[in-house]
Design a protein around this ligand. Structure first.
Ligand code: HEM
Length: 178
């Protein structure tokens, strides 16, 4: 009788435990390739959920910050002749910003599938190589992302983003330089 109770309870407990782990994030299960734990992935994915709701607005904020700090990168884009101050209203620029956020969606959505994640990141590097995008540009974008996110994310979320972007951008740069 007691044995039956435990046998029935075990699968339920397993489900409860795995649901718990997935939602709160374990800190003791780093992925062997990325080093990211469930907690890191949870913090990144849940905070990104807010950003992706407004892809154009947030993409514009991110790229404007990148161009304001590094105007030279604007030269790589087809909208390079538009004055910086007019860019946020420019539809071509907005469309690009939207695409960048969708590019990040693909990265964040594959955090739990390491093989897909690595392939996606290498491809970002590979596709940007013929466009003259440098390693330095990716590193500057990484810094800008952290600066922008620090204006509305908490300390734990920022730490998880730093860790995630470190490994993600190293892989992008591998795709760019190999
Ligand atoms: C993780 C970071 C980045 C992501 C996810 C990303 C994503 C994208 C996407 C989705 C596109 C359009 C689709 C395509 O043609 O591949 C694109 C195009 C482009 N990206 Fe990025 N990008 C990133 C970083 C950068 C950086 C750092 C620069 C340079 C400062 C850059 C410059 C460009 C340029 C010049 C184009 C072509 C624009 C055009 O001709 O319309 N990207 N990027």
């Amino acid at each position: 009788m007691l044995k039956d109770f435990f046998l029935n309870a075990i699968p339920i407990m397993g489900a409860v435990v795995s649901l718990f782990d997935g939602n709160t994030g374990r800190t003791d299960d780093p992925d062997s390739t990325t080093g990211l734990t469930s907690r890191d992935k949870f913090l990144v994915t849940s905070s990104w959920a807010e950003v992706r709701k407004e892809p154009t607005e947030n993409g514009v904020k991110l790229l404007m910050m990148l161009f304001e700090k590094n105007p030279k990168y604007l030269q790589l884009f087809p909208f390079k002749d538009i004055p910086l101050k007019d860019l946020p209203e420019n539809k071509r620029f907005q469309a690009h910003c939207n695409k960048v956020i969708h590019g990040f969606n693909a990265i964040i959505d594959s955090l739990d599938n390491t093989e897909l994640l690595v392939t996606t990141l290498l491809k970002v590097g590979e596709t940007h190589k013929p466009r003259g995008v440098t390693e330095e540009a990716f590193l500057d974008l990484k810094d800008v992302i952290i600066e922008l996110f620090s204006t509305f994310m908490n300390k734990d979320q920022i730490e998880a983003w730093k860790k995630t972007l470190e490994v993600a951008f190293a892989t992008i740069i591998k795709g760019l330089t190999q």
